[in-house]
Design a protein around this ligand. Structure first.
Ligand code: XMP
Length: 186
């Protein structure tokens, strides 16, 4: 048992390592199929997607390039704050390229749709999106991912790159956080 999982903030495990690996095998095959034989640039959104992106790209046997963007929308624990975007790829890295934007979770949709627009404005030839988790019930901006690993209910999750107050990114599973105000049972 991972000792991080026995913390009273953690309610339950939603996705185990083998489920995650099997699903990423499938999605990376779909991505390879969609792009083959063309080269493209994978743009992971830091910090949350670093674990997912690293597992994903190692399963795609195509000549891809990597370049990172940075975004932050959860500055106050679980509630979305103002969206900050930064550290975009240079023009040379994306101009005329097919881009696959990779994020940890699609929630309201603000982050991914803003980043997609910004990359197109900066000269990307086309931008597709791939998310590890999708919470469709929370959507505020109309956006559907081109590739998605798991659809989840509206619970705050941590692990596999996702954090709460900077913690839990290194959990190898996805776990639901206990709802705020709930006393930890047991
Ligand atoms: P939007 O609302 O722009 O949000 O689609 C995407 C970003 O919000 C963060 N997010 C979460 N982070 N557990 C987290 O650790 C969650 O359940 C969660 N829901 C949204 C995340 O940073 C994502 O990139």
């Amino acid at each position: 048992m991972n000792e991080l999982l026995v913390h009273p903030e953690i309610e339950r495990v939603l996705l185990r390592q083998n489920e995650i690996e099997d699903r990423i095998d499938r999605v990376s095959a779909d991505i390879a199929e969609a792009y083959r034989p063309h080269s493209f640039t994978v743009v992971p959104v830091l910090t949350g997607s670093f674990v997912f992106a690293s597992d994903l790209v190692r399963r795609i046997p195509l000549p891809l390039e990597l370049s990172f963007v940075w975004a932050r929308s959860y500055r106050d624990g679980r509630s979305p704050g103002e969206l900050e975007l930064g550290a975009f790829p240079t023009a040379a890295e994306i101009e005329g390229r097919s881009v696959l934007l990779v994020d940890d979770i699609l929630d309201t949709g603000r982050t991914l749709s803003s980043l997609r627009e910004e990359l197109l404005e900066r000269g990307a030839a086309d931008v597709k999106t791939c998310v590890f988790l999708d919470k469709p019930s929370r959507r505020q901006v109309e956006i559907e991912p081109d590739f998605r690993c798991f659809e989840i209910e509206d619970v705050f999750v941590v692990g596999y790159g996702l954090d709460f107050g900077g913690r839990y990114r290194n959990l190898p599973v996805v776990a639901a956080l206990r709802p705020q105000g709930d006393a930890a049972g047991g």
